[in-house]
Ligand binder design. Structure first.
Ligand code: ADP
Length: 395
């Protein structure tokens, strides 16, 4: 039985250390953190329904005290994964470990996990105080500790002045904070959140993202957080598990996912606007942008089918490749200019300031060769080391 008594117990001295390689062996984990009792390990988790698998062969480690985001489009298996970690669903096969305990077949109450859902699920007839304490009372935890635990959580979340109010007397953000308070007061070392911010407006979401991240870090909680919003994932996570059709597409740090997407799907899922993908075709001097009669693409591997470049890495440059403007959107600090090159349309370029251009205008685009990503016919990235037949001309 693993129960934490005070805030100090949550904090792991190396709580931000991250394992980025797949973990297939339990002993690999012991160097993640000396106190790895809240390290969460999923091994080959599969959930098969009658007609299809919701998730297949999902394995990852959430190191103690780290923030893991399960990211992906609707229906990719995020909630199913989270529900199995919580014990609300049983896997068809695979194992779940928390610390040194195999919890795969334990009921939710024995996993020492707290959860925050999209709907705050506050009891409308109970006060903030009673809502926060509800779980402790149900679990018959020592009542003598309630005032101390309540005060700490209320202080942490700025709820002290609101303890006597009913949920209907709170704003959306305050209600969400109460839901967080309910999770935090349980002092569970692992916390699961399923789209907890999707009912809030944009500004509140932004504020709450920061609050949740700060809370998770200060308490050293092992967090698994579900979202379809890549901005949430990028701004909060130590590691992102990107899911697609029930399988892990890529698991990496936010930096890694942005800089080294493993597939076209990962490349397009991260970034706003997403990475441009341009078809390549064989031309006289090497691989070039399909339909464009221009210089070949520098360093393009012979097997490349598509070239990816992020909008923020393309610049308007008189020495660049010819393009035509399709549209311009102005955002204040910058403009998104959508262009066509050869037969590739919809190429987004982030230009500083207010770019004044009209549809049909000609301009030239350039980028650094190191900003290029090449993808093969199967949509997998061609890693720089694995490339062959590099062209030699550059812009
Ligand atoms: P996400 O949270 O990423 O939106 P889910 O985990 O809810 O996705 O669902 C993953 C897939 O499993 C979806 O195709 C969904 O329709 C399917 N699924 C989820 N729950 C059930 C169920 N109880 N019975 C059958 N299929 C289900």
């Amino acid at each position: 039985m693993f129960a934490l008594q005070n805030e100090k117990d949550f904090i792991c001295p190396q709580n931000t250390r991250l394992v980025t390689t797949d973990v297939s062996c339990r002993s690999d984990l012991h160097h993640t953190c000396p106190n790895d009792m809240s390290t969460l390990i999923l091994e080959n988790l599969t959930k098969q329904y009658a007609d299809a698998a919701a998730i297949q062969d999902v394995s990852f480690t959430a190191p103690a005290g780290s923030f893991t985001v399960l990211l992906g489009p609707s229906g990719c298996g995020k909630s199913t994964t989270l529900r199995m970690i919580a014990g609300l669903d049983t896997p068809t096969s695979g194992q779940i470990h928390i610390g040194d305990r195999d919890v795969t077949h334990l009921p939710p109450s024995q996993r020492h996990i707290s959860m925050v859902f999209q709907s705050y699920a506050l009891f409308p007839h109970l006060s903030v105080r009673e809502n926060i304490l509800f779980g402790l009372k149900v679990r018959k935890e020592p009542a003598a500790d309630f005032p101390r635990r309540l005060q700490r959580v209320a202080d942490l979340l700025g709820l002290t002045a609101l303890l006597d109010r009913k949920p209907s007397q709170l704003s959306g953000g305050q209600q969400q904070r109460v839901a967080l308070g309910r999770a935090v007061i349980s002092e569970a070392p692992v916390c699961l959140m399923d789209e907890p911010l999707s009912n809030l407006d944009a500004q509140l979401r932004h504020d709450m993202r920061r609050e949740i991240r700060a809370l998770q870090q200060s308490l050293g909680i092992t967090m698994v957080y579900v979202t379809h919003d890549q901005t949430e994932a990028m701004s909060m996570a130590d590691q992102v598990v990107l899911l697609r059709n029930g399988r892990i597409e890529q698991r990496d740090t936010p930096d890694g996912l942005y800089a080294r997407p493993a597939t076209e799907f990962a490349a397009r899922f991260i970034g706003t606007p997403p990475m441009n993908l341009m078809d390549l075709s064989t031309q006289q001097d090497g691989l070039g942008i399909a339909g464009a009669q221009d210089l070949p693409i520098v360093a393009a591997p012979a097997e490349a089918k598509r070239l990816g470049v992020r909008p923020e890495h393309i610049r308007i440059d008189d020495n660049g490749r010819p393009a035509q403007v399709e549209s311009v959107e102005y955002f204040g600090a910058d403009s998104i200019v959508v262009c066509r090159m050869g037969t590739c349309s919809g190429i987004a370029v982030r230009a500083p300031g207010h770019l004044r251009a009209n549809a049909g205008d000609a301009l030239k685009l350039a980028w650094q060769p190191e900003r290029q990503h090449f993808f093969a016919a199967d949509a997998a990235v061609i890693p720089p080391s694995g490339r062959s037949g590099a062209a030699t001309l550059s812009l």
